[in-house]
Design a protein around this ligand. Sequence first.
Ligand code: NAP
Length: 279
Amino acid sequence: MAILDGKALSEQLIDSVKERASELSPTLAVILVGENPASMAYVRNKKKACEKAGIEYLEFKYPDTITQESLLEKIKELNEDDSVNGLIVQLPLPDQIYVPDIIRAIAPVKDVDGFGAYNLGKTFLSPDFEDLPPATPLGIVKLLDHYDIQVQGKEVVVVGHSNHVGKPVSVMLLNRNATVTTCHIYTKDLSAHTKRADILIVAVGKEKLITADMVKDGVVVVDVGINRNKEGKLCGDTDFEEISKKASYITPVPGGVGPMTVAALILNTIRATERQHKV
Ligand code: NAP
């Protein structure tokens, strides 16, 4: 078994854009609402990655009482600010905020999380149209590519069908000619599907949802989940210890998909800036 080392690859990718960043001087703006500890940790990582890459990082913090109107007003201001190239609103948002309207308000050219309909629609078409694909799926594709894991003709099983991870990663791998099965909460016999997988991608948010008896020997496992176990330690959705004995490759949590998501955000910020400068 080999580890898919997202941390190391993320550092390499961030390093590789430094020169381009110094030519383009990109700026990423991040809106953070409330004090959710996980969101604060993600935002810290994004800030650190920007500093390493040479991307200017602007953070706008608001209390969790902010209204939809004020948030939309700030997004409009940042959309219109030519010195801002990428804009993300860290999710989740408090209940009074209607997330689809927030995502829709972000200018597609600055949507470096790739959550908006325009960028998702382009991602649907073919790899050639993936200008700003969603960051986590892009990170997963980069990780598979780096380890030379062929996708074409493989049985890929994705567990989870969220708009940010499960659905777009399914489409991106379908675009690369995998045979993709997407499972979710209504899937009748999850293990009947996971057992067939050459490549298994799990993005649910449930500790040990996937156990060793649910995978075949030699499987490649990409674990997107981020959970805390009863000892308070970070863990994914798969039983890493037992599945490692059967897998050919597996991502650790932490150190797998998480850092790749951050690296993909950096790549998207560079890409967005290039497109805005038409270079
Ligand atoms: P989400 O929007 O909550 O989606 C979870 C998906 O899992 C949904 O499609 C849900 O189906 C499905 N599901 C729930 N229980 C299931 C079960 N027992 N069997 C099969 N499918 C089930 O979450 P998300 O945003 O995709 O995130 C998923 C996990 O990845 C979370 O732990 C999150 O923290 C993590 N994450 C990590 C990164 C990273 O960079 N590492 C990035 C994004 C997310 P229904 O919708 O039908 O309930």
